[in-house]
Design a protein around this ligand. Structure first.
Ligand SMILES: Cc1cc2nc3c(=O)[nH]c(=O)nc-3n(C[C@H](O)[C@H](O)[C@H](O)COP(=O)(O)O)c2cc1C
Length: 208
């Protein structure tokens, strides 16, 4: 059985525009991928471990090419559990709105937890090597404003470039974006853009 991990970074549940589109993706995905299981990780409900001094120390031990030992190992148990859960998936669906031109803080927290040397990347003589290989990601996002190339706000989109950079860094280069925008400027436009994004989501899901 293959696994799609659905990572959620909006707290808005049934009111979420992003999740409306993701539900269409998931319905189409289930129809065309009957052998896959779908696991949900709602970061807005998860008690993610905070990056205390001890836990951050562990990162430097790993960066120094050493193994975790003693109480550092213990302090890292929850981090390792999150990394293993992430790596247990064969593909990812990331549902995230734009918050302050970037991603919501629970998703940044999650990224700070899982992007660790030895597990998601390593340094080699020829540079960084991402260890999340042969996997795909779909990012479904909605934004209040409009960040299309024609828009005066286009340069404020730090969300898509950031997600492509951080997940590309760990080896995920096949990332498709489905974007609904603008959501908070005009109700008719909002509805139209959500419908367009749903159509795209259904077609991406079938060939994913
Ligand atoms: C804390 C917060 C920050 C936001 N920041 C931005 C922003 O920087 N740019 C933008 O276009 N929309 C911003 N928005 C609007 C959301 O991106 C937009 O309403 C989106 O559709 C919400 O998605 P959701 O319904 O899935 O939660 C923000 C919303 C919140 C709650």
């Amino acid at each position: 059985m293959k696994k799609l991990l659905h990572i959620i970074a909006t707290p808005r549940g049934m009111d979420s525009r992003t999740l409306q589109i993701s539900r269409v993706f998931l319905d189409a995905f289930k129809q065309s991928h009957s052998e896959w299981v779908i696991e949900e990780l709602d970061l807005t409900k998860e008690q993610l471990p905070s990056l205390t001094m001890k836990r951050v120390d562990g990162k430097y031990v790993l960066l120094g090419g050493k193994e975790l030992y003693g109480d550092l190992k213990e302090a890292w148990e929850e981090i390792i559990a999150h990394i293993e859960r992430f790596l247990s998936a064969d593909a990812y669906l990331l549902s995230t709105p734009m918050w302050n031109f970037n991603i919501p803080y629970p998703l940044k927290h999650y990224i700070d937890i899982i992007v660790q040397p030895k597990y998601l990347f390593r340094y080699t003589d020829s540079g960084v090597e991402g260890l999340v290989k042969d996997r795909k990601m779909v990012v479904i996002t909605s934004r209040g404003g409009d960040y299309t190339p024609e828009s005066p706000s286009r340069d404020f989109d730090f969300q898509e470039p950031y997600l492509r950079t951080i997940f590309g860094f760990v080896g995920l280069i096949d990332i498709r974006f489905i974007i609904a925008q603008p959501m908070d400027m005009d109700v008719d436009l909002q509805k139209a853009r959500i419908e367009e994004a749903k159509t795209k989501a259904a077609s991406v899901a079938k060939e994913f």
